[in-house]
Design a protein around this ligand. Structure first.
Ligand code: ADP
Ligand code: ADP
Length: 228
C-alpha cells in the first residue's frame, strides 16, 4: 500500500531529514513509526500525504507514483487518506458535528449522506451524544476522538496519525490506540508516528524506527524480504 524506495528528503537550507529510506507497508497492516524527536517521522508522513516532495527516490501509495501527480490529482489522492494531527486542528467555533462533516462538505458530498456518515463516525468514536458541543467544551481525549472521527468520516483506505496521543495520559492513549485498532480490524491500513516507546511496546504491532533520518529496523515487514 505504501512503498518507499531509497527516499531522501533535504530541506531548503540543506538539512537531510531522511536519508535513503526504503520500506513497504501492506494493505491492512498496522505499523508504528518511531524515533526520537527530529528523527524524521513527520517528514516521512508529509511525503506520504504529498505535502512535501522527496529530494530523491520514489514514494508510491496504492500503486500511484506520488511525484507524477499534479495539484488536482494530489487533492483527489488525499481523499483516500485519513489524517490525524497531534493538536487535532479542530475548528473551535464550530460544533463537533460541523468539524466531522467538514471533509464531506469540501468534497461536495450529497447533503443526505452527510448526516448519516457524520453520525456513523461519531458513533464509532463514542461521541454521538456530544455532536452539538464545541470542541472547547470537551476534554483532551474527546477532542482527539473528534479529530479521528473527522479523519475516518470518508472511509479512508489509509489512516495516518502524527503523535496522536502526544498530549494524552496513558489510559486515554490506550483508548485512542484501541480506536485505531478497530479501524484496522475492518481493513484500514494504519501508520502512526509516535515516540511513546512504552505504549508501543505494550502493543504487538510492527515498528519502523527512524534514527537521524535513517531507517534502522524492520523495513520489509513480516512477509519476507522481497521488495516490490
Ligand atoms: P539518545 O537518546 O541519546 O539519542 P539513542 O538514540 O542512542 O540515544 O537511543 C537510546 C535508546 O533508545 C537505545 O536503547 C536505542 O536502542 C533506543 N532507540 C533509539 N532510537 C530508537 C528508535 N527509533 N526506535 C526504538 N528504539 C530506539
Ligand atoms: P520528527 O517528526 O521525528 O520529530 P521531523 O520530520 O519533524 O522529525 O524533522 C526532522 C528534521 O528535519 C529535524 O531536524 C527538523 O528540524 C528538520 N525539518 C523539519 N521540517 C523542516 C523544514 N520545513 N525546513 C527545514 N528543516 C526541517
Amino acid at each position: 500500500m505504501i512503498h518507499f524506495d531509497q527516499v531522501s528528503k533535504r530541506y531548503d537550507g540543506g538539512f537531510e531529514a531522511l536519508s535513503s529510506v526504503s520500506f513497504h507497508i501492506e494493505p491492512g497492516e498496522f505499523v508504528f513509526l518511531t524515533g526520537h524527536s527530529g528523527a524524521g517521522k513527520s517528514t516521512l508522513l508529509k511525503l506520504v500525504t504529498a505535502t512535501e516532495k522527496p529530494s530523491s527516490g520514489q514514494v508510491r501509495v496504492d500503486g500511484q507514483q506520488l511525484k507524477s501527480l499534479n495539484r488536482r490529482e494530489i487533492a483527489f489522492y488525499r481523499r483516500k487518506l485519513g489524517i490525524v494531527h497531534q493538536d487535532h486542528q479542530l475548528l473551535m467555533n464550530h460544533s463537533v458535528y460541523d468539524n466531522v462533516a467538514q471533509p464531506l462538505f469540501i468534497s461536495g458530498e450529497h447533503p443526505g449522506d452527510v448526516k448519516r456518515r457524520v453520525h456513523a463516525a461519531l458513533d464509532k468514536v463514542g461521541l454521538l451524544n456530544k455532536e452539538k458541543f464545541r470542541p472547547i467544551q470537551l476534554s483532551g481525549g474527546e477532542q482527539q476522538r473528534v479529530g479521528i472521527a473527522r479523519a475516518v468520516v470518508k472511509k479512508p483506505d489509509v489512516i495516518l496519525a502524527d503523535e496522536p496521543t502526544g498530549n494524552l495520559d496513558p489510559a486515554l492513549s490506550r483508548d485512542i490506540m484501541n480506536l485505531f485498532a478497530q479501524f484496522n480490524d475492518i481493513g484500514t491500513t494504519v501508520l502512526i508516528a509516535s515516540h511513546d516507546l512504552g505504549l508501543i511496546a505494550r502493543l504487538n504491532y510492527r515498528v519502523l524506527s527512524l534514527k537521524q533520518g535513517q531507517m534502522i529496523s524492520s523495513p520489509f515487514g513480516t512477509n519476507g524480504g522481497t521488495y516490490g
